[in-house]
Design a protein around this ligand. Structure first.
Ligand SMILES: NC(=O)C1=CN([C@@H]2O[C@H](COP(=O)(O)OP(=O)(O)OC[C@H]3O[C@@H](n4cnc5c(N)ncnc54)[C@H](OP(=O)(O)O)[C@@H]3O)[C@@H](O)[C@H]2O)C=CC1
Ligand SMILES: Nc1nc2c(ncn2[C@@H]2O[C@H](COP(=O)(O)O)[C@@H](O)[C@H]2O)c(=O)[nH]1
Ligand SMILES: [K+]
Length: 474
């Protein structure tokens, strides 16, 4: 990566733009976004380890499209083990169905429909689909109405293994968006028209056994090696050592402890924003260093402490150091648009963490709320009073109150679902389209080539503003 003119101050994503270069890449579909960090992701998207965002549905859905979700350090190990096992038993192509019985109610169906983006409840009897219910069929009827009264009977089903373009055509021909997938008459999944298209374009992130990839975070306090061992025993494929200030002795010790038990499992550690911080974590055993202090949407660190670093420059410096040591970085925080991910990769990141942007999706861990017809989810920072209270639940009242004094995050924010893109896969489509296109503008076929070839400039806020679309006249 090079600058047209290297600036003498630090920059964040909005400060920079990429200049188009001569390209021999004939199509955006020629771009391979497999990440060079060797964790197994086929797109550069990692869901941040935040309690309001990263749970089982997020992990399953994102891994199916080639990304990875990190389960937060606050989730008890036995729950992580259960989630990991569940994710690993999901189908790499078909979505997990929402199932109810013919005597279940419309109210139950409505409360479950927003858990997943595919938009149908499959009504089952003895494991076989006997009906399908959509949101439309639940409107205008009493919430206690039984599903047998509103469902479409003898629904169209797709035999498992059917060719993906054929599924797309069949669903288009029948003018339906989703159908149950069956082996014999047994329900094994759901597929949507968009899902068939996506499965033809994306490659799932899987481990050596072909199971969807999983990851979990461990903090730096307590028995770090013991917790890491337990996570490994649960089948976690990528371990993340997670703390606000990764460049402190305790964090370095924690990385050493995790490395000593991790074997061949990749160890990610952070957060830092300097070359020296990167080097120290690599020397302690990190395969990947997580970069970002203060850019997160839920984060008040910079306002509380004045500490942090504009994210583009932080990623650039840390990535250069990591790459010189044969390692990589994940850019963590501050991503609001697909462009930010392209720019993080241009700066040298191998993968990019997204938190709050994904909070406003069906698949995030929180409950859905309705604000006068606009759906939203509540999100909160992992250093907020709310998260600290949960994390310190086993400590004395005094210790909890003392920990609560050091909050550096928002306890409650509303993340609205975009009606055009309510599912995390909709956002992934947008990200992947943007980043593939960005690579072709740079003449790059891979993530590494994007980094090597990118030419960047620094823009004024007017320059940034010019790039935004204008929905009304001026
Ligand atoms: N990327 C970012 O900008 C930030 C991310 N976070 C996220 O919030 C969550 C909680 O992280 P964290 O607060 O590290 O909690 P942890 O539970 O991981 O504990 C951090 C440990 O480090 C010690 N410590 C020393 N200096 C600091 C410091 N400046 N900030 C925080 N801890 C310090 C703490 O001791 P003591 O409490 O006695 O001081 C404590 O023992 C994590 O998920 C983290 O990623 C939080 C802040 C910034
Ligand atoms: N200072 C804080 N940082 C936080 C907190 N919770 C999460 N985070 C960091 O943000 C990123 C995600 O960034 P986003 O812009 O995509 O939301 C996450 O991975 C953490 O590093 C917090 O309470 N305080
Ligand atoms: K912030």
């Amino acid at each position: 990566m090079r600058f047209l003119q290297r600036p003498d101050h630090d920059l964040t994503y909005s400060d920079v733009f990429m200049v188009p270069a001569h390209s021999t890449v004939g199509s955006r579909l020629e771009v391979d976004l497999t990440t060079p960090d060797r964790v197994g992701t086929t797109i550069p998207v990692v869901v941040a380890n935040m309690t309001a965002i990263s749970g089982r549905r997020m992990a399953e859905t994102v891994a199916r499209r080639g990304g990875l979700a990190v389960l937060p350090q606050d989730i008890p190990v036995d729950v992580v083990a259960e989630v990991v096992s569940w994710v690993k038993h999901r189908h790499p192509v078909y979505d997990t169905p929402i199932t109810l019985s013919p005597t279940s109610t419309v109210g139950e169906a409505l409360s479950l429909l927003t858990k997943r983006a595919h938009g149908i409840v499959v009504v089952v009897e003895d494991g076989a689909p006997v009906g399908v219910v959509t949101d439309g069929q639940c409107q205008g009827v009493d919430r206690f109405t039984q599903l047998s009264e509103v469902m479409t009977r003898e629904p169209l089903t797709i035999p498992a293994g059917t060719d993906l373009p054929k599924i797309f055509d069949v669903l288009s021909g029948e003018r339906i968006s989703a159908a149950p997938v069956v082996e014999g008459d047994r329900l094994v999944g759901v597929i949507t028209r968009k899902g068939a298209l996506r499965s033809a374009i994306y490659t799932p992130a899987v481990n050596g056994d072909g199971h969807l990839l999983t990851s979990a975070a461990v903090g730096i306090n307590g028995d770090v090696a013991g917790k890491a061992r337990a996570l490994l025993a649960a089948g976690v494929d990528v371990l993340v050592v997670d703390t606000a200030h990764g460049h402190q002795d305790k964090a370095v010790e924690a990385v050493r402890a995790v490395r000593s038990v991790a074997g061949a499992v990749p160890v990610v550690a952070g957060n830092v924003v300097t070359a020296q911080g990167t080097r120290d974590l690599v020397e302690a055993g990190a395969d990947v260093v997580k970069v970002g202090v203060g850019p997160g949407a839920m984060c008040t660190t910079r306002m509380m402490t004045g500490v942090g670093r504009p994210q583009f420059s932080a990623v650039e410096e840390c990535a250069a150091e990591a790459r010189s040591l044969g390692r990589h970085v994940w850019a963590d925080g501050g991503v609001r648009h697909p462009r930010d991910i392209a720019l993080a990769l241009a700066a040298g990141a191998a993968n990019v963490m997204v938190g709050s942007w994904f909070a406003g999706t069906y698949e995030s861990a929180g409950d859905i709320h309705d604000d006068g017809g606009r759906l939203y989810k509540e999100s909160f920072g992992m250093a907020s009073a709310r998260a600290v209270k949960a994390r310190t639940a086993t400590q004395s009242g005094f210790e909890r109150a003392r920990a609560g004094l050091f909050e550096e995050g928002i306890s409650s924010s509303r993340m609205y679902l975009d009606p055009q893109r309510p599912g995390v896969e909709d956002l992934i489509d947008q990200i992947v389209a943007g980043v593939r296109s960005s690579a072709t503008y740079a003449g790059a076929r891979t993530v590494d080539e994007l980094h090597e070839r990118a030419v960047l400039g620094v823009q004024s806020s007017a320059g940034y503003e010019e790039g935004r679309p204008l929905p009304t006249s001026w």
